[in-house]
Ligand binder design. Structure first.
Ligand SMILES: Cc1cc2nc3c(=O)[nH]c(=O)nc-3n(C[C@H](O)[C@H](O)[C@H](O)COP(=O)(O)O)c2cc1C
Length: 187
C-alpha cells in the first residue's frame, strides 16, 4: 500500500551549500542554501531569494561554495537564520576566511571542500534569482584526501531533510556507480 500526499515535494538529498561572498567593504559573508545542485560539468545552480548574498553577487560577480559538515552543523545553520545585513556572521561564528586566488570571494577556512566560482548568470525573477556559477577552481583539505584525491567518505557532508527540518550526515557507499547494475544486464 502507498499513501497519497497530494501536491507535496520532497527531494532528497538536498545539499547544504554555504555560499561565501565579499561586500563593497571587503567584509565576508556566508549563507546556507539547500535549493541548488550541479547544473553542468563545471557549473552549479542555486535558487535564491533576495539577500545580502545576492547584493554581493551582483557587485562582485564571484562566490565560493563549501559543503556543510557534521562538524560545522551549528555554524552552517546559523548562516541560514541570520542575515549578513545585520552582523558579520563569519566573525560571530568564530570562523576565518582566506581570499580566493582566482575569484574575488572568500574561502571559509573551516570547511574542508570548496568550489571557487564566477557568476555566469544571475537571472532576476519576481521571487529572487537563479544563480548559475562556473567553477574555476576547487580546494580541499589534506584531511579529506585519499591517495591525493577527494574522498567524500571522509568529508561527513550533511544534507537538508526538508520533511523533518533536520540535517543528516551523508553516509556510507553502497555500490559502484555505472557498474553494480550491470549484474542485471542480460548477456
Ligand atoms: C537549511 C536552510 C536552507 C536554505 N536554503 C536557501 C536557499 O536555497 N535559497 C535561499 O534564498 N535561502 C535559503 N535559506 C535562507 C538563507 O540562508 C537566509 O535567508 C540567510 O539569512 C541569508 O543570508 P544573507 O542575508 O546573509 O545573505 C536557507 C536557510 C536554511 C537554514
Amino acid at each position: 500500500m502507498k499513501k497519497s500526499f497530494g501536491q507535496k515535494t520532497i527531494i532528497t538529498p538536498l545539499p547544504v551549500l554555504i555560499l561565501a561572498t565579499y561586500d563593497e567593504n571587503g567584509v565576508p559573508n556566508a549563507m546556507n542554501a539547500a535549493w541548488g545542485g550541479q547544473y553542468d560539468v563545471n557549473e552549479i545552480f542555486v535558487s535564491l531569494s533576495r539577500h545580502k548574498t545576492t547584493d554581493n553577487l551582483l557587485l562582485k560577480q564571484a562566490f565560493t561554495v563549501s559543503f556543510a559538515t557534521a562538524d560545522t552543523v551549528i555554524e552552517s545553520d546559523y548562516f541560514g537564520i541570520e542575515s549578513g545585513r545585520k552582523v558579520n556572521k563569519i566573525e560571530a561564528a568564530g570562523f576565518t576566511v582566506t581570499k580566493s586566488e582566482v575569484v574575488d570571494a572568500p574561502i571559509i577556512d573551516q570547511y574542508p571542500l570548496t568550489l571557487e566560482c564566477r557568476v555566469k548568470e544571475l537571472q532576476d525573477d519576481t521571487n529572487g534569482y537563479i544563480l548559475i556559477g562556473e567553477v574555476v577552481n576547487m580546494t580541499a583539505d589534506e584531511s579529506i584526501l585519499t591517495d591525493g584525491e577527494v574522498d567524500l567518505g571522509k568529508l561527513k557532508a550533511i544534507c537538508f531533510d526538508s520533511s523533518a527540518n533536520k540535517y543528516r550526515v551523508i553516509g556510507e557507499a553502497v555500490g559502484d556507480a555505472f557498474a553494480c547494475g550491470a549484474a542485471l544486464i542480460k548477456k
